[in-house]
Design a protein. Sequence first.
Length: 155
Amino acid sequence: MRDFVKPLIIENNEMFEGVYALDSGIVPRAHAWVTWDNHNSGSHSDLSAWVQIDNTTGGSYIKVTVTFVGRGDIIRVGGSGLPAETTMTVTGNSIVFIRTATFNPNEKFQFNFNNVEFSATGDDHDTSEHKGSYYETNTHIGDASGDFIVDVQVA
């Protein structure tokens, strides 16, 4: 058995320095929605996902997931006019936009996904000659919330 040894206290005048990052406590918020921009009943539909940042704070990361929940499936998606430093990926009926650039409070972003071809129609328009658009030309322009679910994450 060992004998008890009293602990030693040593005076030390050295200082330690470092950078400590603290969370500001404010997490940016945003809301998102999808709009039908155009329908070409001969071949495709054009859409936009919109993101409105709240008025509290900015950030540097936006992820928008747009999932088609209407009839049929998405066959093909094109993209155009994406904001700087934005990527778009398509998996099945979901389109994901990721933007990795600084944003400010109250900013609004538009993520286009054009030339979208669908396997079915939302209004049963004639597809005997051409297929692709979800609705007939010059109809259903605007809100697409019944056909898509949108999730947005910001940081």
